[in-house]
Write a protein that binds this ligand. Sequence first.
Ligand code: SF4
Length: 81
Amino acid sequence: MIKIIHHRHKCIGCNSCVESAPDHWVMSKKDGKSMLKKSLQKGNYYILELPEWEYESQMEAARNCPVNIIRVNQSKKFVKA
Ligand code: SF4
């Protein structure tokens, strides 16, 4: 499993993550920030576990984020972003 961590409150709403991985990212019509679908909120973070084969598309979303607030971890341990 991989773990996606989104530091959502720092999102600038550029839409790049949605373009990179639309299966798991969507823009919120409420506040204009992106949302990691089906994620769980833990403090300021939103976290979602996905199968290993999703790694590349999620890494593309992370690489394309201009404010660097998406982390993709392959280990089971949570590493603070
Ligand atoms: S790429 Fe980053 S800043 Fe842009 S919408 Fe996604 S999380 Fe927000």
